[in-house]
Every structure is written in C-alpha cells, then in structure tokens.
Design a protein around this ligand. Structure first.
Ligand code: MV4
Length: 495
C-alpha cells in the first residue's frame, strides 16, 4: 500500500495520516468547502475538495470519494469514524473499484449494524446477553408472558437503532402496548425499519467496551477494555482504560467474550464490543461497533499498540505480529472529550472563532485535535474540538495529569466543556470509581459552573477534596505552606 485516502475530516483524519506517514505511505485528504484551511488538508500529500459544507454533499458522497481515489491512484481508503465508516455499501463500492477498504468486510458491518442479527450471531458463541425476546416482536400479546417472567421495567429497543436511539423503558404491564406501538412507529420513521425487541432493563449499569483486533487468518486479540460510563445523553464525556472495577479474571472473561463476538462475524481490523456490566460484575453483550472509535487513544496508551498502523497492516494482508500473551496493560489512561458546547446552558453547541488556542503539553499528555488558533468551528459537523488524553503509571497519576492539563489548556472565543471535565474527574464518585451510566444526570448541575468564581471555588474545593482523599500528607503540606492547589485554581481564570 503506497497511497491511502482518508474519507474523513478533523482530528481523526489527521490521526490516521500521522500513522500512514510513519509507515512511508502517501496520504490523500478530501475536504468540504468549509474545511479548505483545516490542518488535515494541509498535512496531506494531496488534497481534493469534494463539495459544499454539508456532510451529505461532501463527506457522505461515497461515489465522489471513490472517483477521487481512482483518479489519484489510491490503494486504500480509511473511513475514520462516523460518516461512511459503518456503511456496508460504501465498503463494497470501494472494493468493487479495486481499492482496499481499511476496515472489516461489508458482511461483518451488516451483521453488526443490525442489533438483532448481531445478537443472533453472538448467541451461537454463548456470549452472555440480557434476558429478552428471541428476535423481533410483532404483537404485544406475544411478549406479555415474557415480560412478566423477566420482570419490569423492560426496555424496548429498535433493531436498526444503536447508541441509545430508539430505546423506551416500560415500567409496568399497562404501558407495554402503548410503548411498543410508539417504539415501532418511531423505529420505522427514523430508520426505515420498524423491528423492535425487548430486554430486561438493567438499572444501574456500567458501560464497558472491549477493543479487538483481527487479521485475515482468523486471529483475533483483545486490547483490554475501556470504561465509558460517564456520558451525557449518550454522548461520551470521559473514557478510561483500564476499568477500575474489573478483576483480572473478569477482564480475561470479558476480553475472551469480545473475541468470540469478533469470531461470530469473522471480524477483520479494529472493532469494539460493547457490554453492560451490572453491580455484581455480570456482563452482557450489547452491540458491536465495526470501526475505529473516538476513544481509541486510551487503549493505545495502555497497550503500546498503534491501532491505525495495525488496521493498515491487517488491510494489506499481514498477520498480527503479536498474540494475546504478548499484550500487557501499562499504566492508566483517561480521555476527556472537549466539545464546543456550553455546559452552563444545557450543552448548547457553540460556534465561532477560536481566539486563543494553547494546548497542554508535558509528561503523559496527548492532544488529538484538528483545529488551531484563529480557525472557525463550523456548524456543519460534530462539535468536538479535541480529545485530551492523560496517561499515568496509575489512575491517580492519570487524574492528576488530566487536571494539570485542563488547567494549562487555553481556549477562548468558543464555549467549551473543559471545566465540566474538571468537575467530573475530581468528583469523589469518579475518583473512587463508584459510578455508572447515571453519573452526569445524578451529579451535575449547571449551577456548579454558573458563576466564574463560584465555579472555580467549587472545582477548587473538589480538587482539594481529591488531593486530601488520595494523598492526605500532600494535602496537609499544601495547607501548611499556603500553596494549596485550590487557591491556585481560584486565581487562575483561564481554567
Ligand atoms: C440497555 C440499558 C439497560 N438495560 N439495555 C444505551 C445505548 C445502547 N448501546 C444501549 N444502551 C443501554 N442499553 C438494557 N437491557 C441501558 C442503556 C443505556 C446506556 C448504555 C451505555 C451507555 C450509556 C447508557 C445510557 C443510558 C442507557
């Protein structure tokens, strides 16, 4: 593979190009009219404008992208995440034109893209799943008995949904019929497929996902798990690896289950298997994402594996160069997604020009972004500005470094979620690891960030509490020398 095209934009396009360059592979960027001056365009060896700003007319135009690839003699196309990355028809089109799709087969994308066929495939491999209906449900009378058996509340899910779309909780039998009809109607209009199924509702789950990697020769390994429970309305906020709740035995069990899910669709490349984990650490297969994920850096940092390089190597037919036994967890990594959103105003997306933009640096810090000072954040795409990743020898050091980096990060001109991130990672329940998918809804109130001073004092108090909890000696010393982290934070207005 001598030249690859990256069918994406922003931080992930840049991320992929960097690995390609290290491998001596030429890169082609495609871009919309809104991204003409973006770093990903400048970084590439060649760049082609493929249309107006809207995704539909640019980054989703698979036909145009393949045309560009053919014209420029491209050998492979990397789809990144989002856009065309889980589009089986696009993967097929790429291959039909004699170009390598750097990702799984169209068949694997199809199987895992539909929740019911994913569960059906996984069932043959004895993967633990939440009790529920066998396949799609048609009429309410067919499932009443089942729901009574598994117990309320139950959850109705759309087979074509995913990421929380098309889900409905049913609290009691009298709501079943109405909720089912609504769910079917919604699924039909939203996804063009009205198939729904039922699962027992797991009340306080953790969301843990396993990174897997497969080659063309039937080898699949797991690169451990990511804890992704801290999310807001299905938008992830903080991810970390490894999860602090798993024992080595559970880690092995969930990792091996993820590998079996991969085997169930003959998976090739980098993929992620999502699980719900309950309070007793029982885990249940939810769905599989057949792409490189936003939060892949935390897995890279604890495993030492460059996932993009591995994707490319596997796509060009190489065998995995390591086995499961070669893989060990090194330290701890945390990722904070920095969004151009206003946490004080219901996370309303904010657009405009980045006036100051100064990235944190130093030990253990990695920033994956696609912006620079003076650039406009376009309204057309995802509002993520950057991924701030901190690595430490253990979780405490990773949190400490993340806090230090948040404090160094200077973003003005566009409202952002940095302070919200500081709130999360210093919260006692986050620090102790005792949190689930309800963390943000349960603990966060915009008032905490409402007034600049109040917010900083709030955060300062949390930081002080965090320091005290983890390092009583250091906290005592800090107080006695009158140099507490807290007072510094109150003074520092760039936070
Ligand atoms: C569930 C669940 C509870 N019980 N399934 C949401 C996203 C989609 N991948 C599956 N999701 C859930 N499925 C059962 N049987 C709770 C969720 C859920 C959730 C899962 C992961 C991360 C965040 C979440 C937030 C709300 C609900």
């Amino acid at each position: 593979m001598k030249k690859i095209l990256i069918a994406n934009r922003g931080e992930i396009a840049l991320r992929v190009m960097r690995s390609a360059r290290e491998m001596g592979i030429k890169t082609v960027a495609v871009f919309s009219e809104a991204d003409r001056h973006s770093p990903h365009v400048r970084y590439a060896d060649e760049a082609v404008c493929i249309g107006p700003p809207s995704s539909k007319e640019s980054y989703l135009r698979g036909d145009k992208i393949v045309e560009v690839a053919k014209t420029l003699g491209v050998d492979g196309i990397h789809p990144g995440y989002g856009f065309l990355s889980e589009n089986a028809a696009f993967a097929r089109l790429v291959e039909e034109n004699g170009i390598t799709f750097i990702g799984p087969t169209p068949e694997a994308i199809e199987i895992m893209g539909d929740k019911l066929s994913a569960k059906e495939a996984a069932k043959k491999f004895n993967i633990p799943m939440v009790p529920g209906s066998e396949g799609a449900i048609q009429h309410v009378d067919d499932v009443r008995e089942l729901c009574d058996q598994i117990g309320y509340p139950v959850l109705i899910k759309a087979s074509a949904g995913g990421g929380g779309k098309g889900m409905r909780v049913v609290e009691s039998p009298d709501q079943l019929e109405e909720q089912m009809q609504r769910a079917q109607g919604e699924a039909l209009s939203a996804f063009g497929d009205g198939s729904v199924f039922i699962e027992k509702y797991v009340g306080s789950p953790k969301h843990i996902e396993v990174q897997i990697l497969g080659d063309n020769y039937g080898n699949i390994v797991y690169l451990f798990e990511r804890e992704c429970s801290v999310q807001r309305r299905h938008q992830k906020v903080v991810e970390e690896a490894p999860s602090s709740c798993l024992t080595p035995e559970k880690r092995k069990a969930i990792g091996e289950a993820a590998v079996m899910v991969g085997k169930s669709c003959a998976y090739i490349g980098a993929g992620t298997v999502e699980f719900l984990v309950d309070e007793e650490l029982n885990f249940y297969f939810l769905e599989m994402n057949t792409r490189l994920q936003v939060e892949h850096p935390v897995s890279e940092m604890i495993s030492g594996i460059d996932l993009v390089k591995e994707q490319i190597k596997v796509a060009r037919g190489e065998k995995l160069s390591f086995t499961q036994d070669d893989l060990v967890i090194h330290g701890h990594a945390i990722e904070l997604r920095v969004y151009a959103e206003d946490p004080m105003n219901n996370f309303l997306p904010d657009i405009g020009r980045l006036l100051d933009y100064v990235k944190p640096e130093g030990p253990g810090i990695r920033v994956d972004d696609g912006f620079e000072a003076g650039m406009d954040i376009p309204i057309y795409y995802d509002p993520m500005i950057a991924k701030l990743v901190a690595w430490g020898k253990d979780r405490t050091e990773a949190i400490d470094r993340m806090l230090r980096a948040i404090n160094e990060y200077k973003i003005t001109g566009v409202k952002n979620t940095l302070k919200f991130g500081a709130f999360v990672i210093t919260h006692p329940d986050f620090v102790s690891g005792k949190f689930d998918t309800h963390f943000v809804a349960k603990h966060f109130k915009p008032e905490y960030l409402k007034k600049e001073d109040a917010a900083e004092m709030e955060i300062a108090a949390l930081v002080a509490a965090h320091v005290f909890e983890n390092k009583p000696k250091a906290a005592k010393q800090a107080r006695s020398t009158n140099a507490s982290i807290g007072s510094k934070w109150v003074k520092n207005r760039t936070l």
